[in-house]
Ligand binder design. Structure first.
Ligand code: PEP
Ligand code: MG
Length: 591
């Protein structure tokens, strides 16, 4: 990674920008809180007392985590609060709890010493397996056991409790529960040694709107507590002890970005249309009905992807059919006449419920995920379909099946949909009889079979987040292979083109709802490849609209044709950058 000393005192480090914003502040250096763990033998008659102290500490820890989740739900919504579900899972893991109880009886030591030993063993066992998902759980285990140990010792203070207002937190790693407790009004930003763009800390930082840089490797050894720093969360740049000219330079960068963002907001009422009149539907991706305001505020035309699983993930009980229907109806009514595409459950992979009883799989992204789970539990699936149907009286709801890999799955899902309709008919419940059904194209097999799938549905939506990982065999959450996760890889472009051609031959429309569509640099390419709709995070609507409005459809088609002839992802990216430089240079300032 580039790293250079600019003068005696000023030092610039390059990491990965995960949450935008330019800020300056004083370093609040957090060293790993070395918790002192007492170790003393206990008598047999004291074992019950140690056990009940352990049980109390578990109860208190669960209470604290749920309290943090509740605070987060209020500040950032249930999606982000669900990140702490992994901590609750550690507490609910019987093998962890039972091992502590067993070793307590065997070793006859105080319970703090036993908890420290067991969690150490547990974490190193997870760390040694080759499965990336399990290795990511190490941080959760360490975070939870630190909390249990603190509770056992009656120490409820977090290492962030003394954070001075506006300070920039610099540390090796920030636990998700620590990030969750940060507030925009207090924390200036954070810069950490570890992490990847999709780690929980990064996700939370974006939701909390706190500038963040991860992957700086050894920033903790480069700074001292109280040092002045400047950070650019867009580009991942951290300047330690910035000089006057650097501060001036970044002051101008921040002002420029603010002006561009303000101007882009002015496009709200304008259509997403190329200069020569090709109209694109620019919709939003949402996870909960609470995002309705953001969809309206940023001027999206309806919802292209409602990730319905988030209605399930953040709660311990099952949402009732009527409550679920009410959640969909609220969004559909708020956005009518624009359409709202509700994707049926996509649980599994990296998304699990609070009280998940699903067995651990060594390849969860290739396992019992999504439509596979729905088809394994037809009654639950029909219950969700009935909820969507109930809401469809607004006539602007569409249904979408995720992770389809064969026509057989679509045929079976449609049979269950027909059953769900019959059940509502029998109960005399109204719904939209003409409700349209589509599938996500996110597995290469689906793209290659698109002609066949098109016979069974009314639309496609390309899920590039998964299509890229499954096409290139690159785990989408593994930072060690992130350099291979290339949206502009010619193989990915070919599969998008194959899908679009099949849709056109069968006269159905095709959208795209992966993160690739939210990159303004790539929007002209996707339009040139022939997609009819882009669905992106609400805040990404203005820059993507600007990108579309700055080019002609002819330029976009030429870009797509040239890209399909390229040999590498980098060549394609360079072509996209060149067009943006010519057509909408202001967008490059935001990247
Ligand atoms: C995708 O895979 O591109 C997609 C939009 O779905 P998710 O990110 O929820 O898997
Ligand atoms: Mg997907």
């Amino acid at each position: 990674m580039p790293r250079r000393r600019q003068s005696e005192s000023e030092l610039t480090l390059q990491g990965i920008g995960v949450s935008p914003g330019v800020v300056t502040g004083k370093v609040f250096l957090l060293t790993s809180s070395a918790l002192r763990v007492p170790r003393r033998p206990v008598k047999v008659h004291q074992l019950d007392h140690e056990l009940s102290r352990f049980e109390d500490a578990i109860t208190e820890t669960r209470r604290q985590i749920k309290q943090i989740q509740k605070d987060m739900e209020q500040h950032t919504g249930p999606e982000d609060a669900s990140i702490l579900d992994a901590h609750l899972l550690v507490l609910d893991d019987r093998s962890f709890v039972e091992q502590v109880m067993r070793e307590l009886r065997e070793k006859k030591l105080n319970v703090e010493a036993i908890v420290a030993d067991v969690s150490e063993k547990y974490a190193s066992m997870l760390d040694s397996v080759s499965d990336e998902y399990l290795r990511e759980r190490v941080a959760d285990v360490k975070d939870v056991s630190r909390r249990i140990l603190r509770n056992l010792q009656g120490d409820h203070e977090s290492r962030l409790d003394r954070l001075p207002k506006g300070a920039i937190i610099v540390t090796r790693d920030l636990a998700p529960s620590e990030t969750a407790s940060l507030r925009k009004e207090l924390a200036g930003g954070f810069a950490i040694d570890m992490g990847s763009p999709t780690c929980h800390t990064a996700v939370l930082a974006r939701a909390l709107e706190i500038p963040g840089i991860v992957g700086l490797r050894d920033v903790t050894r480069q700074v001292q507590d109280g040092d002045d720093v400047l950070m650019d969360g867009n580009r991942g740049v951290l300047v330690i002890r910035p000089g006057a000219s650097t501060l001036r330079k970044y002051g101008k960068v921040a002002e420029l970005r603010r002006n561009i963002e303000r101007e882009l907001k002015g496009l709200r009422a304008q259509p997403a249309e190329t200069k020569d009149g090709r109209r694109i539907t620019l919709a939003a991706n949402i996870e909960t009905p609470d995002e309705l305001d953001a969809v309206l505020q940023y001027g999206a035309e309806g919802v292209g992807l409602f990730r319905s699983e988030y209605l399930y993930l953040s709660r311990e009980d099952t949402i009732s059919e009527l409550d679920e229907a009410a959640a969909y109806q609220r969004v559909a009514e708020g956005l009518a006449p624009h359409s709202v595409i509700i994707r049926t459950l996509d649980i599994g992979g990296d998304k699990f419920r609070v009280e998940s009883h699903m067995p651990l799989e060594s390849n969860p992204f290739l396992g019992c995920r999504s439509i596979r789970l729905s088809l394994m539990h037809p009654e639950d699936f029909k219950r969700q379909l009935r909820a969507i149907l109930r809401a469809s009286v607004t006539k602007n709801i569409k249904i979408m099946y995720p992770m389809i890999s064969s026509a057989a799955e679509v045929i079976r899902a449609n049979e269950l949909l027909a059953e769900a309709k019959r059940e509502l008919d029998a109960a005399k419940v109204p719904y939209d009889p003409g409700i349209k059904v589509g599938v996500m194209i996110e597995i290469p097999a689906a793209a290659l079979m698109a002609d066949v799938l098109a016979r069974h549905v009314s639309f496609f939506s390309i899920g590039t987040n998964d299509l890229i990982q499954y096409t290139l065999a690159v785990d989408r959450v593994n930072e060690r292979v992130a350099y291979l996760y290339e949206p502009t890889h010619p193989a990915v472009l070919n599969l998008i083109r194959t899908t679009v051609e099949a849709a056109q031959r069968n006269r159905i429309w095709v959208g795209l709802c992966g993160e690739m569509g939210a990159d303004p640099l790539l929007a002209p390419l996707l339009i040139g490849l022939g997609v009819d709709e882009l669905s992106v995070a609400p805040s990404a609507v203005p820059p993507v609209k600007d990108a579309i409005r700055s080019v002609t459809f002819q330029q976009a088609r030429q870009l797509a044709d040239e890209s399909l002839r390229c040999e590498t992802a980098v060549e394609v990216l360079e072509l996209c950058r060149k067009l943006t430089r010519e057509a909408a240079p202001e967008l490059l300032e935001l990247m």
